[in-house]
Structure formats: structure tokens, C-alpha cells
Design a protein around this ligand. Structure first.
Ligand code: GLN
Length: 272
């Protein structure tokens, strides 16, 4: 791959929204591109900035406490119309937990505050009565079947990657999506969007919302490559193959996370 090809990642509000190491997702995205000899530029956006989002090939927004969400909501809201327009044209985005909540229409926090969201995902978030904390396993087979391009290279066929996503959730806000927004997938272990173990996350075009921290991408390299393929497609208007990487360690971590989540669920059931 030639070093002249590359992508520009906009990292939204890293100082306010970086719960459970979410900034590590940007490290993973950049590292997977560098290992394939692509260039990566990362622009950090803070409240008060005037970012030129038309230059973005991928947006990332991490999770945060209610306080962090409160500090950035008004500024993000000003960028909302542009972000929605870009997502409609295929701009990939990853929004995690508190960031995912801000990508819905609105949030009602624990204190009863209403924060405006940017409506990338059609739905809303309200504070629940309990905190959802623990390891999560999601069946994302539908997502990966719909976006097979990152596995076009026969050296890294789709079958060699799991159809699951793993991560750690920690939220009291619950997200209710309208029918038009697809979920990332059904929950196998964990609480998910509504706290009831039904669905997790949201997908609109190439924008993904999820409650999965961890950070999510180191243990889900197939999700990272799905986003990177979309970012290259957004930048160059055509498919650019991603060379396969040796993901032995990442996939081992993925498997161990599933085993731990399932063991914790079994232990919880036995205690009841
Ligand atoms: N403050 C939000 C909640 O508790 C989001 C927390 C997070 O990003 N994990 O629901």
C-alpha cells in the first residue's frame, strides 16, 4: 500500500469524553492504518473550536460522565446538522456510550437535565433506575454480513473473524431507538441499550453507536477494519483493500472476554 494514501480522523472532545480509556480506539484506528503504510491525521475538537468537518473521513466520540456530556452538548449541537449531512453521505463515525447518547435526539440525565442530542440516531435517552455495569457480548452477524468489504482479501476471510462484539458497559442512561435505526445486534450477555438485554448499539449508514467501552476496538479488530474500510471509501470514493493483519492476540482477547462474560453471567444466575 502506498504511503500517500491516508485518512483524517476527527476526535471529538477527547478531554471531556474519555471514559474507560475510550481514546484508545483512536490509537487502534491509527495503528492499524500505519501498519498497512497508510497516513493518518488526527484532529482533536474541543468546545469553542470551529472544525472543518468536511475534511473528516471518520469521526470518533468517546463516553463520559453526565458532567462531561453537559460541557460539550451545546457545542456538539451546533455541529449536529453538518454531522447528520455527512453521515447521510457515508461518513463513518463511532460514538461510545455517553457519546452514543449524544448522537440520539436528547438525553435526560440523572439530575433531570435535558441535553440536546444531534439525532444521528433516531431515538432518545433517559436515565434508568439502575446502573448497567459489566461485560457485554453482542451478536453482530447482521452488521458484518452487510459490510463484508473489509474481508474481500482472501487471506483474511470473513469466516476467520467472529460475528460477536465484546466490551464493557457502564451506564445509567437507557436508549430507546425508533424503528428506522437498526441496532448493532442482539445482546448475548449484558444489558444493552434499554437495560433489558435485548439490543445493543445503533447503525445508520456507516455511523455506529455503542455502549461498549473497554476500549472497544482493541478486542474487536473486525469492527475497527469495518470503520477503516468505510473511511477509505469515503475519502477515495472506491473500495481500497485493507491488507490482513496478524490479529492472533486481539482475537484471543476477544475469546477470553466472551468466556469471562459468560462465566460472570452463570455465577450471577447461581447466586439468585
Ligand atoms: N453518563 C452516562 C450514563 O451514565 C454515560 C456514561 C458512559 O459514557 N459510560 O448513562
Amino acid at each position: 500500500m502506498t504511503a500517500s494514501l491516508g485518512i483524517h480522523i476527527f476526535h471529538l472532545y477527547p478531554r471531556h469524553m474519555n471514559l474507560h480509556g475510550d481514546a484508545g480506539n483512536v490509537t487502534v484506528l491509527a495503528s492499524r492504518m500505519h501498519r498497512r503504510d497508510f497516513c493518518v491525521e488526527v484532529t482533536q475538537v474541543d468546545p469553542g473550536d470551529h472544525p472543518d468537518l468536511s475534511q473528516a473521513d471518520l469521526l470518533f466520540l468517546g463516553g463520559g460522565q453526565d458532567q462531561g456530556q453537559r460541557a460539550i452538548a451545546a457545542h456538539l449541537f451546533q455541529l449536529g446538522e453538518q454531522i447528520r449531512g455527512l453521515v447521510a453521505k457515508g461518513l463513518p463515525a463511532l460514538a461510545v456510550s455517553g457519546g452514543f447518547q449524544l448522537f440520539t435526539r436528547s438525553i435526560r440525565t440523572m439530575d433531570g437535565d435535558e441535553l440536546p442530542g444531534i439525532s444521528v440516531f433516531d431515538g432518545y435517552t433517559v436515565d434508568g433506575t439502575k446502573r448497567c455495569v459489566g461485560n457485554v457480548v453482542v451478536n453482530a452477524a447482521v452488521l458484518f454480513a452487510a459490510y463484508p468489504s473489509q474481508h474481500a482479501n482472501p487471506a483474511a476471510p470473513l469466516e476467520s473473524y467472529p460475528h460477536t462484539l465484546v466490551g464493557f458497559e457502564n451506564h445509567s442512561g437507557l436508549t430507546y431507538l425508533q424503528d428506522e435505526t437498526s441496532i448493532l445486534g442482539p445482546v448475548i450477555v449484558g444489558c444493552g441499550n434499554k437495560g433489558d438485554g435485548s439490543g445493543e448499539g445503533a447503525v445508520v449508514n456507516n455511523a455506529i453507536g455503542t455502549y461498549l467501552h473497554g476500549p472497544v476496538l482493541p478486542k474487536n479488530p473486525h469492527l475497527a477494519d469495518l470503520l477503516l474500510s468505510a473511511a477509505l471509501r469515503h475519502r477515495y470514493g472506491s473500495e481500497i483493500d485493507l491488507e490482513p493483519l496478524d490479529d492472533t492476540v486481539e482475537l484471543r482477547a476477544h475469546t477470553v472476554a466472551i468466556e469471562r462474560a459468560q462465566a460472570a453471567r452463570t455465577a450471577r444466575r447461581l447466586r439468585r
